[in-house]
Design a protein. Structure first.
Length: 104
C-alpha cells in the first residue's frame, strides 16, 4: 500500500456552493469550507505558496481573509489555507458557517 503524505485534517470541512472572489478574478464557487481554509473551483492559475486575498460571500455578508495557496489543481481548483484569522475574523467566519445552510 502506498504511503500518503497528506496529514489528517485539523478542521471539519463543510461542502458548500458559495460565491468567492480571489484577488480581482471573476467570482468562483467554494466547493468546501473549513475554519482553516477553503477549496475553490476555478480555472485560474495560482502559484503554490503565494498569498492571496479571498472574499467569501454568504447571503449579504462578506468576509475578506488572506490565504496561502497550498495546492493548485490546474483547470480544476485551488486549495487555500487562511493565514490572518484574528479573533474578530474567526468570529465572523463562525457566523458565516451558521448561515451556510440558509444560503444553499
Amino acid at each position: 500500500m502506498a504511503k500518503t503524505s497528506r496529514r489528517k485534517r485539523v478542521h471539519k470541512r463543510i461542502p458548500c456552493n458559495l460565491d468567492v472572489q480571489i484577488e480581482n478574478t471573476p467570482v468562483s464557487k467554494v466547493l468546501d469550507l473549513s475554519e482553516g481554509g477553503v477549496y475553490v473551483h476555478t480555472d485560474r492559475e495560482f502559484e503554490p505558496g503565494s498569498i492571496v486575498r479571498v472574499t467569501l460571500n454568504v447571503n449579504t455578508k462578506k468576509l475578506d481573509i488572506h490565504a496561502r495557496v497550498k495546492h493548485a489543481d490546474e483547470g480544476i481548483g485551488v486549495g487555500l489555507m487562511f493565514i490572518d484569522l484574528d479573533r474578530p475574523k474567526t468570529e465572523k467566519l463562525k457566523q458565516l458557517f451558521r448561515e451556510i445552510p440558509l444560503a444553499m
